[in-house]
Design a protein around this ligand. Structure first.
Ligand SMILES: Cc1cc2nc3c(=O)[nH]c(=O)nc-3n(C[C@H](O)[C@H](O)[C@H](O)COP(=O)(O)O)c2cc1C
Length: 380
């Protein structure tokens, strides 16, 4: 439920999928597509495909090996991996599992600058090459599935391991236990959870129930564009904003000097009724400023929310994305089959992409990326 559920009536989740069905690929015949390449260059690094592993937190609730599964699978298949701040393993453990694989770190921006700086340092020291700042999750979305079951994994002590293992955090709050066996832990089926179920807004906004250490370990504050300067000044590598859904914000991102954006609505888990992510991509790519910035390599554009098949990837690329993040599909692979399950989902996705690309008469991604109506058409 926690993985599959989205905000509200799942309307945005469904819209994400339906948006792909509103486009059709136009296949070309008598093209020799025997030799094909899925190679993709992002921030100067060439990858064997345009697929990244999306950051997904709290994986210990799904599989005992948690984030280790996708980290190892990513390394085995040469796929870039993005680690969430809401992970249930530490930055260091996951880096070790990912070895000399290629990885990024996704930041849920802590409340204080010293903890933030410490996370950035740990990410850099452990070879996470880019920083992805997720902007759409300053509190959790209104998710009826989780409200009905009164389920917030963080309130059980899961998904706060990156924060809790931080030396600056530890110096301030002391070592905190990994599970909900803490004597002060607020989890109580008839108390706090009832507050959540009753829609107690104070309780939801203050997700961590007044426990300062828990808030610091993993909790967002509303920020503004000027706050980004702090990250820009303190992170040398590429800075990428995740959760962009409007032309306005994409152009602002450019103005504030970020290197990339991920057009995403968090798989429909945050704003119920938000527009499908593919439509957001289409709107953003109509901006001449964004298009020019992409062409001059000033701004890199990635996409997620709803990617399930090879043809979905072709459509997102044709609309202007340079790479995509795969989310729930690999998580389901991990739940069912651990590392092997993640690998199988990734292999199938790439094989489907490669096969569909060839059958549609293309040999490499430069023939489709940003090519719009040469490749796809909107169905009426
Ligand atoms: C269970 C779950 C946990 C997630 N956790 C995070 C997270 O910690 N950080 C983040 O930036 N995005 C998180 N996401 C969003 C994904 O990165 C991605 O945007 C989303 O899964 C895309 O939608 P799709 O999986 O339906 O294609 C999470 C998504 C799911 C399903």
């Amino acid at each position: 439920m926690y993985a599959g559920g989205s905000a509200g009536t799942n309307s945005t989740y469904r819209a994400n999928r339906q948006a792909f069905e509103k486009y059709g690929i136009i296949p070309r015949m008598l093209v020799n597509a025997t030799t094909r390449s899925l190679e993709t260059k992002i921030f100067g690094v060439t990858h064997s495909s345009p697929v990244f592993i999306a950051p997904i937190g709290v994986q210990a609730i799904f599989h005992p090996e948690a984030e280790i599964n996708p980290a190892k699978a990513a390394k085995a298949l040469g796929i870039p991996f993005i680690l969430s701040t809401a992970a249930s393993r530490t930055i260091e453990e996951v880096a070790e599992a990912n070895g000399d694989g290629y990885r990024w770190f996704q930041l849920y921006w802590p409340r204080t600058n010293d903890v933030t700086l410490s996370l950035l340092k740990r990410a850099k020291d452990n070879n996470y090459k880019a920083l992805v700042v997720t902007l759409d999750t300053m509190s959790l979305g209104w998710r009826p599935h989780d409200l009905e079951t009164a389920y917030i994994p963080f309130a059980h002590g899961w998904g706060v391991q990156v924060g809790k293992s931080d030396p600056v955090f530890m110096a301030r709050y002391g070592k905190q236990p990994v599970t909900d066996e803490h004597p002060d832990f607020p989890y109580n089926p008839t108390g706090i959870d009832k507050g959540i179920m009753d829609g107690d807004l104070k309780c939801r906004e203050d997700t961590f129930f007044g426990m300062e250490w828990l808030k610091e370990a993993n909790s967002g504050l509303y920020r503004d564009w000027n706050d980004l300067k702090f990250l820009r000044e303190n992170w040398e590598g590429p800075l990428v904003l995740k959760g962009i859904q409007s032309v306005h914000d994409a152009e602002k991102a450019l103005e504030y000097g970020v290197d990339g954006i991920i057009v995403s609505n968090h798989g429909g888990r945050q704003v119920d009724g938000a527009i499908p992510s593919l439509l957001a991509l289409e709107m953003i790519m109509k901006s001449p400023k964004i298009k020019a910035a992409q062409q001059s390599e000033k701004l890199t554009i990635l996409f997620d929310s709803g990617i399930r098949t090879g043809s979905d990837i072709i459509k997102a690329l044709a609309l202007g994305a340079q790479a995509v993040l795969l989310g729930r599909p690999w998580l389901y692979g991990s739940i069912v089959g651990g590392q092997a399950g993640v690998e199988q989902v990734l292999r199938h996705t790439l094989a489907d992409l490669d096969n569909t690309l060839g059958l549609a008469g293309f040999t490499n991604l430069s023939e489709i990326q940003g090519k719009g109506e040469d490749v796809i058409v909107k169905l009426t």
